[in-house]
Structure formats: C-alpha cells, structure tokens
Design a protein around this ligand. Sequence first.
Ligand code: HEM
Length: 481
Amino acid sequence: AGRNTRRLPPSHRGLPLIGNLHQVGALPHRALRALASSHGALDLLRLRLGQVPAVVASSPAAAAALMREHYGAFATRPYFRTAEILTYGLQDLRRPVTPLQAFNPVREREVAALVRTIRKLASSSGCGGAVDVSKALYGYANGVICRAVSGTGRLSREEEERRSELFRELIEENTALLGGFCVGDYFPSLAWADALSGAGARAWRNFRRWDELLEKVVQEHEARRVGDGDEEEDFVDVLLALQAAERRDDDGFELTRDAIKSLLADMFAAGTETSFIVLEWAMSELVRNPRTMHKLQHELRRDAPTDAAGANAVGPTTATYLRAVVKETLRLHPPVPLLLPRECMRDTTVLGFHVARGTRVFINAWAVGRDPASWSAPEEFRPERFLAGEDISEEEVDFLGAHFQFVPFGAGRRVCPGMQFGLATVELALASLVRLFDWELPGGAAPGELDMEEAPGLTTPKRVPLRLVAKPIGWEGEERA
Ligand code: HEM
C-alpha cells in the first residue's frame, strides 16, 4: 500500500506548535482516556506533543499488540534529556539479571522500625490524634531501598540515618525533574530553551550530588567486600561481583563503574516511590472499605503471630487474601499509570493502524485496569474478585504479564524487574500495619469522606497525605490471653 492509503489512528486536532500538550493535563492518564473515548479510539489515539508524534493505547487489545505481538518494535525507551543526565547517559544499558527478591531481613528490620514509629506517634499525638501515615510509609519504602542497595553494618546508625535522609532528598529532586516538563524533550530543536527554564542546569547539579554519593557507596564496598565479614550481601556487592565475573568472561560487555552507578540510581528512582504509592492507596482503600479491612484483620490476627513486629505472621490462607487486596489496589491505582514511555523503532501496523518509526508510545495501564469489557464493576474496590468461588470471579487474572487488562508492572521485555521486590516490600508492611493497629479517620469522619484524589504528575501518590488515627492493639496483653 502506498503511503497515502495507510490508515492512521484517530487523532484530536491540536494547536499550532504545542499540538495536544495542553490537553494532557495534570492527570494525564485520566485526560488521555477521556480524549480517547470521546474519539472512539480506546485502541490507539494519535497525538502530537510539541514536535513529537505520539500514540496512546487504552485497551487491553492494544496493550497486548504493543507489548506482545510487536514487542520487538516497541521495547526501546525514548531519549529524555533530563533522564539522560541523571542516568549517566546509559538509559538503554543491557540490564543484568539481579536477585531482587532477596533482602527479606532488611525488610523485616524496616517493618519493625515502621511499627515502632507509628506506635510512638500514636501515643504522643494523644487521644484521637492522627498520624501522618503517608510520611511513615515513605520513610519505610525509602529505608528498604537504601538498606538493600548500600547495605547495613558499614556505617554507624547515625551515619546511616544521615545517608537515608540525603538519598531521600535526591530522590525527591529526581522525581521533580523526571516528572517535570522538560521543554527539550518535546521540542528537540528548542533544546536551548531548557537552559532558560533551568531544568538542564538543575539536572546537572542533582547528577553531581548523586554521583558523589554513589561513588562513595561503591568505594566503601570495594574497600570491604562481603566474604570474611558477617554483613549480608547487598545490591552493590551483587553488582561488583557481576562486574568481576564479566571481566573474566570477556564477552565484550563490561559493566562499567558508570553503569553500576546508573543501575543504583534507577533502583532508587523506580523502587521507592512505587512501593510507597501502593501502600498509601492500599491503606486508603481499606479504611474506606471497613468490611474488607475487618476481614483482612481477622485473617491476619487469627494466623497466630510469632512476634509483635509481625514480620513472619503471614500464613498461606491469609497470604491469598492479602495478595487479593494488593492486586485490587494495583488495578485501581497503578502507581505509574502510563507505564514508562516507549519509542517505535520501525514502521509497524498495530491493530490495522500505521504507527511510524519515532512515534512515542504510552500504554494507559490505569485505563485498561478499569476497562468495562474486561472487568465486572470496574470502578469498585472488590478484592474478592481475585478469589475462587466468588460471584464475580476474575481469579485467574494476574499481573505477571499474560493478562493485558492488568499491567501495573508493564509486560514483555520492559516488564518491571523489581516486581517481586516491590510486592514483598508492600505485603510485609501492609500485613503488619493491619494486624497490629485498628485504624480510623480523624475527627470521627465517615469512611466515605476520605479524600481519594491523586496528585498531579506521571506517578500517582495521593493529593492529600493520608492521616489516620492508629490504635495499637496489645498482643502482649489481652489479645494473647
Ligand atoms: C509495587 C511496586 C512497583 C510497581 C507497581 C512498579 C511498576 C513499574 C512499571 C509500570 C515499570 C515500567 C514498565 C513498562 O514500561 O512496561 C517499571 C519499570 C522499572 N522498575 Fe518497577 N515497579 C515497582 C517496584 C520496583 C522496585 C522495588 C524496583 C527496584 C528495586 C523497580 C525497578 C524498576 C526498573 C529498574 C524499571 C525500568 C525497567 C526498564 O526500563 O527496562 N521497580 N516498574
């Protein structure tokens, strides 16, 4: 077929110069689904973002076509200026396989610290006072990643805490930069404009601070490799061992120092915010749906706990319901609702539509998770849908990458490599918080009054931090007797 007969995806007429950028809005996943459905274009909607041609997929069929049928053409990330600076110019590094499932002792320590923090805040806030649950959860997610990346036992406790604080500051700056609008990304010919907006210089400044910190972390590990010592192996140890092995193999691939630092920076950026957001929404949905909360509490408390911090107390039945709650949270609130952008590598026909090389591709995981053709009662929080024998059983649907109506971690070649790590981080903390405390909204507000709005940006934490009254239940006291 000639060029003129190619069928292009439906589009919405944009404005001169900026194209459709003004329609993407503060909550792009919502604005883009509304735009797609008003054009009958849930499969593929064509957009122009500044000078960059883009398509957005909002149906499970389109998600499958892009991530399964045509994965070869859509597995590349586009070039982002800010991201390039922040990732040592190595955005598309071949990623070594890493054992991210491990690190359970790290998590158990951090969960115990989280429980202590909430107990302390609850008792100091007095009767009826509320705890900033969001802040505590963020500290937990950040702590898990910090310890898993750079280890424990090398620094004093105070130094460790100072370092966590510094990591947190740098991650927040990263999120602001990467989530932010960088003119040069959408107007390549206007890249100089970033100098005016300051994003370029700001990214460089942030990069130098990351580099200094990560260099120090790597050097500490080189000076004291695990083996003779008694510390656990952390992520830096894993990468250094891999580097040594690669050198021996001599297969042309070398894990350079910059590559190691780039991977570490990725872990922080990708691992903290996501796990925190899932926890924040899971707690919110549970408080808003007291029957679900009670059922989960009942199951967790029945499975006799072995210790008050609650780390090891999840038995197999409870694990099923806990997992269903987490799945339902991920369905309604995928923390990265448009996944990470891809770039089309060669002209491809997708579901009958022509997609040209160089097109930027977004997959609306938030929209497909609420697709009315794939889900019953798609807007309702009903973890039971993932259990066997329920009236609306969608039990077999999982997020491992084979069901394209449920892709909170992406799928195919670009699936999230931290899936198991993130799930373990979320489930362990959620189990402890639900088991060890009763939760209420402050001021006697009804569950339905909880604010459920999302903050603007490419990830979706809550707009208003979650504040709840936490009532510790005494395992050591009457509950045990
Ligand atoms: C429950 C928590 C998490 C969720 C929901 C999540 C979700 C995602 C999503 C949607 C993507 C993009 C996939 C795509 O575009 O197809 C992604 C990529 C990624 N995630 Fe996660 N993630 C989570 C936790 C983590 C953790 C804990 C880590 C690391 C410790 C991590 C590391 C990464 C990395 C390195 C990438 C980039 C992969 C690539 O570009 O090939 N994630 N994640």
